[in-house]
Design a protein around this ligand. Structure first.
Ligand SMILES: Cc1cc2nc3c(=O)[nH]c(=O)nc-3n(C[C@H](O)[C@H](O)[C@H](O)COP(=O)(O)OP(=O)(O)OC[C@H]3O[C@@H](n4cnc5c(N)ncnc54)[C@H](O)[C@@H]3O)c2cc1C
Length: 151
């Protein structure tokens, strides 16, 4: 993660990160295999080049436009699964082939990588599947109850 403050005005006192005249960016490099051994300066340099492509009016790679006031690079190996070609079909759907058995987790089929966002989305999709099957599950539950009562 890299935090950059771009100077456009004075920093407010006691406002922590809040300043309407400045910007803070948090950026993630993933997969970072090629970057983990690089120096902070190399990572910042590559980041500025990428940002210059995305925001050409505001950012230039040589910092002739927005200036970095401070930054911090955090390297966390093994924080997310490596996404390699051919593994996407291995992700299971939230609705499993076993009736009444549902899966939630970043590894399940959803549009994001294995991440916090992916975990949250998988939970929503899991809940949606359960709601969709509600009538079926209810009928199954009532049948089981009726059978249990008869025994
Ligand atoms: C060091 C690190 C840094 C990360 N940084 C980021 C980040 O910056 N941004 C980001 O988006 N993601 C990050 N991630 C990934 C993110 O944490 C995961 O994608 C997310 O937590 C997955 O959520 P989940 O609910 O699918 O699984 P988990 O959070 O792994 O939850 C699974 C739970 O099931 C429990 N469990 C497992 N087996 C059993 C069992 N047999 N019985 C009962 N309980 C069991 C586990 O103890 C665990 O509590 C990071 C991960 C790591 C390890």
């Amino acid at each position: 993660m890299i935090v950059c403050d771009y100077q456009k005005g004075n920093q407010g006192v006691g406002m922590e990160y809040y300043n309407p005249n400045q910007s803070m960016l948090e950026l993630v490099f993933a997969p970072a295999e090629e970057w983990i051994s690089c120096s902070d300066a190399e990572i910042i340099d590559a980041t500025m080049k990428e940002l210059a492509k995305l925001f050409p009016d505001e950012i230039a790679a040589d910092q002739s436009k927005a200036k970095i006031l401070k930054y911090h690079v955090v390297k966390t190996p093994r924080s997310v699964y490596k996404t390699v070609p051919g593994t996407e079909p291995c992700r299971p759907l939230q609705k499993s082939p076993i009736e009444g058995f549902y899966l939630a987790g970043d590894y399940t089929k959803q549009k994001y990588l294995a991440s916090m966002e992916g975990a949250v989305l998988s939970g929503k999709l899991c809940a949606k599947s359960i709601v969709q099957d509600y009538e079926l599950l209810l009928a199954r539950g009532q049948k089981n109850l009726a059978e249990a009562t008869m025994v």
